[in-house]
Design a binder for this molecule. Structure first.
Ligand SMILES: [Zn+2]
Length: 278
């Protein structure tokens, strides 16, 4: 069954004129990035938060930035440094190669805030980061709608305590605390105009695609925004290849679900797209 599904996936990709990659947290696992699924996974990655019994939904909130900025920035500063140092796995390059051969090219819609598609060399004008980007900052208040790159901020984190050891970034306009331009939990202050502009640009690109195929990677049902966007494209006449080790089911027999991790699934499809390439 798996081989049949992989063959159908390869055919869907070969017959498309545009490739839309939609990706959730499962895409990063093969690059060695932690999966925050459940408290256990989260606390394995951040033992200090485990000792404090602090859930992901608590630390990832504007309230924690207000009450304990060194802790909140200890968590996000650690992640920022981790994502800056991470080398995207080989599956990113396979997707770039597939998209590069299609007449209308390649686009990305992701809930990941890690910037890995940009690091892997994808065209930043065709990437939507629907939950924002850790590589960008905004004012906590916010005093203006400014969003600026985090490049100048070099976090020094005491990982054992999950606390920022140096000064947190400041808003250049009012001098108050700055935070990542990421949609957090219980977040009424996230500035979403950067993400909205990305989405408008991607929809303009998609409007000219005649036979788009969506390749969805590691996007579960728990955070549905990635699946919803892919579904829009499918309703508009596109096709779907879903690669997900836990939730591979697809609604239509025209589409294709593959119960594999992201990198393994991409490699298996690639072997069928290029049977003689070895
Ligand atoms: Zn400000």
């Amino acid at each position: 069954m798996t081989h049949e599904a992989l063959t159908r996936a390869a055919n869907l990709i070969a017959d498309a004129d545009a490739l839309l990659v939609t990706a959730g947290a499962g895409m990063g696992v093969d690059s060695g990035l932690p999966d925050f699924r459940g408290n256990d996974g989260f606390w394995n990655a951040y033992p200090a938060l485990g000792r404090a019994r602090m859930a992901f939904t608590t630390v990832a909130s504007p309230q924690t930035f207000r009450e304990d900025p060194q802790l909140a920035w200890g968590f996000y500063g650690h992640r920022l440094a981790l994502y800056r140092a991470t080398v995207p796995h080989a599956g990113f390059e396979l997707l770039r190669a597939w998209g590069g051969r299609l007449e209308h090219g390649l686009g990305v819609f992701t809930s990941n805030v890690d910037g890995q598609f940009q690091r892997a060399g994808f065209d930043p004008r065709r990437i939507v980061e629907c939950h924002g980007s850790i590589h960008h900052l905004q004012c906590m208040t916010p005093c203006t709608d400014a969003i600026w790159p985090a490049d100048a901020f070099q976090p020094q984190v005491d990982a054992d305590a999950c606390r920022l050891a140096n000064a947190p970034p400041r808003c250049p306009h009012c001098g108050r605390l700055a935070r990542p331009n990421i949609l957090m939990f219980g977040d009424g202050e996230w500035l979403e105009h950067r993400s909205e502009a990305q989405q408008e640009r991607l929809l303009r690109w998609l409007a000219d695609a005649r036979r788009p195929v969506v390749v969805e990677l590691g996007a579960g049902t728990a955070i549905p925004s990635v699946r919803h966007f892919g579904q829009r494209v499918v309703h508009g006449g596109g096709r779907l290849v879903r690669i997900n080790p836990r939730e591979p089911e697809v609604a239509s027999v025209r589409d294709c679900g593959i119960a594999m991790g992201a990198l393994a699934g991409l490699r298996a499809i690639d072997a069928l797209l290029h049977p003689r390439a070895g």
